[in-house]
Write a protein that binds this ligand. Structure first.
Ligand code: FES
Length: 115
């Protein structure tokens, strides 16, 4: 089962597969996503704000919580802030805010062509 997730302000729509994180889905679909650790939950650069559909996301695991509490700047923390490299979705209607997400073509709001 795939679940569509919208990323604002880019207007990108990602079809996230079961068991896949939002960051993994973005990479699979050809998007670039701000990161320095490339999905290791170390850099905190991938963080997102859940704008809508919070109940359709898996709760953060202990490692994600610990990393955000110890590494994320206090002004950035909040109950709706998550790491895209750990965030998994369980149902439709999830909208995330993340600046800097780009399609492979450099355009935002478009979905890369699938082979
Ligand atoms: S990619 Fe670095 S913390 Fe998520």
């Amino acid at each position: 089962m795939t679940v569509r997730v919208r990323i604002e302000p880019a207007g990108a729509e990602l079809d996230v597969e079961a068991g896949e994180t939002v960051l993994e889905a973005a990479w699979r679909l050809g998007y670039t996503w701000p990161t320095k650790c490339f999905g290791q939950a170390e850099c905190m650069v991938c963080f997102v704000t859940v704008v809508d559909g919070e109940l359709q996301t898996e709760p953060p695991g202990p490692h994600e919580v610990f990393q955000m509490e110890t590494r994320l700047p206090p002004r950035t923390r909040g109950p709706l802030v998550r790491l895209a490299c750990r965030l998994k979705v369980t149902g439709p209607g999830v909208v995330l805010e993340k600046k800097g997400v780009r399609s492979a073509s450099g355009l935002t709001g478009t979905r890369p062509r699938q082979p």
